[in-house]
Design a binder for this molecule. Structure first.
Ligand code: TXA
Ligand code: MG
Length: 349
């Protein structure tokens, strides 16, 4: 398949391009587009054939439900059987934005969207390109992250091209995504509201609005509990080389990095390190270093995590060590993705 590629301005997107892209969506085709979190692989969410093509292009397991993306609040009434007071509060405070809310599904939502569950996940992105595209298409847009299943989510168009060129109808390039990790998924069909996937809206922000907010117990352990978001059970976000997360306070951190790097090099391995600038300055020569910014700016790690993980693939490293960060604010989502990418291989001392 020939994949159309269009570059558009994020703040002032070209209407004729978005009209062409939305016509493809309305006609049952697949279009990758930017959102504030990661790039999505969009299809008409009410067309089961188009939605099935998403699963094919990604190689996605069919038991993993999709998020419907909308541009206007009134769309929820058509897709949800019920809007609970809790969901209403969340919509008012966090839409448009990086929050996905679960609702009891209405009859018009196809089974292939919900993978047989009785809830439907809905989100209203804030990215202008995404919203205009959805509005022009005139239908809810099903959109998982635009990566091959298991690979890190794409946060720029080059990463989308690497996974999707030749497999989908078009790519709309709107530059780098601002947030870099996916939306927070919240279930408030029953109380307390429960976070199934940490993401762009932090748990602290949710608690300010709702008071009590629970975390799905499956987020704490490796494989102890069954996650309520089916997608959370898969090894995900993985670079090709094995990844290990080093989680220690700053006093011990560099020492552990040096020891692990020396041991790997003794085995003849080429070593990668994903670290803050402060750590990078202290690592031995000959290490392939990807640095995200200062330790005091965890949002920069969120924005660059996936694309830096992908970079190691081009550099043929045998093992990667990544620097863990604190799990408050956006750090909760970052550490969830990093540990999953590492298959929960964590070094603490
Ligand atoms: O930021 C995002 O949410 C991005 C952009 C493109 O909007 N999309 C995204 O979609 O991350 P995806 O498909 O990669 O992840 C959706 C997650 C999966 O873990 C899935 O299992 C969960 O949401 N999910 C979807 N519908 C659900 C439902 N009805 N019940 C429980 N979990 C659900
Ligand atoms: Mg995904």
């Amino acid at each position: 398949m020939q994949t159309e590629y269009w570059k558009v301005d994020k703040e002032n997107p070209d209407h004729t391009i978005l009209a062409q892209a939305s016509a493809i969506l309305a006609g049952g085709g697949l279009v990758a587009f930017p959102t504030e979190t990661v790039y999505g692989l969009g299809a008409n969410g009410l067309d089961p054939y188009a939605v099935r093509d998403i699963y094919k292009a990604k190689g996605r397991p069919s038991d993993n439900p999709l998020i419907l993306h909308i541009a206007d609040f009134c769309e929820v009434e058509k897709l949800a059987a019920e809007i609970t007071p809790c969901a209403k509060l969340l919509m008012e405070h966090f839409w448009p934005g990086p929050l996905t809310i679960l609702f009891k599904r209405s009859k018009i939502v196809p089974d292939v969207i919900t993978a047989g569950m009785d809830t439907v996940a809905i989100r209203m992105p804030v990215n202008k390109i995404a919203r205009q595209l959805i509005r022009l298409a005139g239908v809810p847009i099903a959109a998982p992250s635009a990566n091959i299943s298991g690979r890190p989510s794409p946060t720029n168009a080059a990463d989308v091209k690497a996974d999707m060129m030749g497999k989908i109808n078009a790519i709309v390039d709107g530059g780098a995504c601002d947030i870099g990790v996916e939306s927070t998924v919240v279930d408030c069909t029953s109380l307390p509201a429960t976070v199934l996937r940490p993401g762009g809206i932090t748990v602290e922000q949710l608690r300010k609005v709702l008071g009590e907010v629970a975390l799905d117990p499956a987020l704490y352990g490796a494989a102890t509990a069954k996650p309520r978001a089916p997608g959370m059970k898969y090894r995900h976000y993985a670079p090709r080389a094995p990844l290990k997360v080093i989680e220690a306070d700053t006093a011990q951190l560099v020492g552990i990095f040096k020891r692990e790097i020396a041991q790997a090099k003794n085995k003849g391995q080429k070593v990668g390190a994903l670290v803050a600038n402060e750590t990078a300055a202290q690592l031995p020569a000959g290490t392939v270093i990807e640095q995200y910014g200062s330790r005091s700016h965890p949002e920069q790690l969120a924005a660059r995590l996936f694309t830096l993980l992908r970079r190691f693939d081009d550099q043929d490293v045998d093992v990667i060590f990544a620097e863990g960060i604190k799990e408050n604010g956006i750090g909760l989502a970052v550490m969830n993705r990093m540990r999953k990418a590492a298959g929960f291989q964590i070094i603490k001392k």
